[in-house]
Each structure stands twice: as structure tokens, then as C-alpha cells.
Design a protein. Structure first.
Length: 259
């Protein structure tokens, strides 16, 4: 299905009936990554699975969005398709958006799956790369070097950037640079929804310590939060342990009957 929101074309799946569940995929992914959970939940819930703007078959955002802008977009999306207070599940970058939507009071329950949202601790090597890049950029602005500036900087970005960064378009690279530097602890501190956190113990993209930090913040501020750890699994624990993941999600979400 296609919805047009503020001039953006967004591709999404809308399957089943019952209480609504909105599934938000991670960076570089699309709605297909939620296929096992979609199939399992549509028997009892209305399951809405969009390609987030900039991914899959959906349009890129018109500007360099941060998580707040993505959350505002999804508020409009939910209104457009007639969904109110769904349960929201977000993996990785999708978890970021879920956190902000929950903080705004837009959901009934929240599932965070190897979620982003805690600003990563940076190593000395990281800062060396950043400052070296900035110094190179400044030097290349000098007369005689300007003509080669863009080519040289692009080669340096490809050499130093992550796989996600290298695979993205110029606009989405800027989006990635923006969102990875956001710290959503203040938003987490305002969430009152029941929250399920599911993590792989060997996740290196969003380490288990991030999930433990999120759980502590949520509990401290009154959310009924619980962290489930899939031992030996990584950033895609929900696919590596799909049957177990589906079982815990079903238990958390309930029957799906609309009251």
C-alpha cells in the first residue's frame, strides 16, 4: 500500500485486524525484516509495517531529519491511516523513533529491540578520525586544492565511514550523522508505557549495556519495563531467535481484542 504524507510517498503493509501494532525497522532495512512477526501477529492484531522514509520503497525525507522529525511524520502517518495509540515495536534506528513517539504519548505499549537511542561512547580513534577529516576539509579549501576537494573528501568518507554510511545517499548520510549523535535519555525518562526490551548479548552495534541503561531509566521513572536477553545473539536477535521473539511479543501484547 502507498500513503502520501506531506508530499512523501510511503510504502507500507497493513494486515490483519484487532488492536494495532506499528513495526518500525532499523537503518538500511525495510518492512520485510519484520515478516516473521507480521505473519504471527496478523492472526490477532492489525499490523502496520512501513518502509521508513529513506528506505525500501518510501521517499527520502525532504530535508536532513532527526528523530523528532521522523516521529512527527509518523504521527501524521498514523492519523492518515486511522490508527490511534498502537503498540509500537522498533528495531535499532526504528527504536529511536518509537522512544520519541512513546514520550509524546502516541502508543499503548513499547517494544525496543536492540534499540538505538543511547549516544555511543567515542574512542580516541574516533575523535582522531573526525578531527583529521575536519583539518583535511579546511586545508582543501585553500587556493589550488579546491578543484579536487570533493573527490578527495568523498574518498576519505568512504575509507573511514561505516558500511551503513557508505551505502547511503548523500542526504541519508547526513541523516545518519545527525541521529547517531542524539541522546534520547531525556525522552526515555518521560515514558510511562509498559515497555519490553529485547537484546542480543553479543550485539556490537547497540551493546547490551545500552539496553540495561534504558531499562534502568524507564524503571526509575515509573515505566513497567523488563529486559529479555537472548544469549549468544547479536544485533538481529529478533531474527536469530524468531520463534522465541514471537512468543515473548505475543505474551506482552496480549490477545489483540479491541476493547
Amino acid at each position: 500500500m502507498i500513503a502520501e504524507i506531506d508530499g512523501l510517498q510511503i510504502h507500507y503493509l497493513d494486515e490483519g485486524s484487532g488492536s494495532p501494532v506499528l513495526l518500525l525497522h532499523g537503518w538500511g532495512c525495510n518492512c520485510g525484516h519484520w515478516a516473521p512477526l507480521t505473519e504471527a501477529l496478523k492472526e490477532s492484531h492489525r499490523v502496520i509495517v512501513p518502509d521508513i522514509p529513506g528506505f525500501g520503497e518510501s521517499s527520502e525525507p525532504p530535508e536532513v531529519w532527526g528523530t523528532e522529525e521522523y516521529a512527527t511524520f509518523f504521527e501524521k502517518f498514523m492519523k492518515a491511516i486511522g490508527v490511534e495509540y498502537p503498540a509500537i515495536a522498533g528495531h535499532s534506528n526504528g527504536g529511536r523513533i518509537g522512544i520519541v513517539l512513546a514520550e509524546r504519548g502516541c502508543c499503548s505499549k513499547l517494544i525496543l529491540v536492540d534499540s538505538a537511542g543511547i549516544k555511543p561512547k567515542r574512542s580516541a580513534q574516533y575523535y582522531l578520525k573526525v578531527y583529521s577529516y575536519k583539518a583535511m576539509k579546511k586545508a582543501l579549501s585553500l587556493p589550488g586544492l579546491r578543484k579536487k576537494k570533493d573527490d578527495i573528501l568523498e574518498k576519505q568518507r568512504k575509507k573511514a565511514g561505516s558500511a551503513d554510511y557508505q551505502a547511503a545517499s548523500p542526504k541519508m548520510r547526513a541523516v545518519l550523522s545527525r541521529v547517531v549523535n542524539e541522546d534520547l535519555r531525556p525522552q526515555l525518562g518521560k515514558i510511562k508505557n509498559p515497555t519490553l526490551l529485547v537484546w542480543g548479548s553479543e550485539d556490537t552495534a547497540t551493546p547490551l549495556s545500552d539496553g540495561q541503561t534504558m531499562e534502568a531509566i524507564l524503571k526509575k521513572n515509573g515505566s513497567d519495563a523488563a529486559l529479555i536477553v537472548f544469549e549468544g545473539r547479536g544485533h538481529y536477535a529478533f531474527l536469530e531467535e524468531r520463534n522465541r521473539f514471537i512468543a515473548v511479543c505475543k505474551a506482552f501484547l496480549g490477545s489483540g481484542e479491541v476493547s
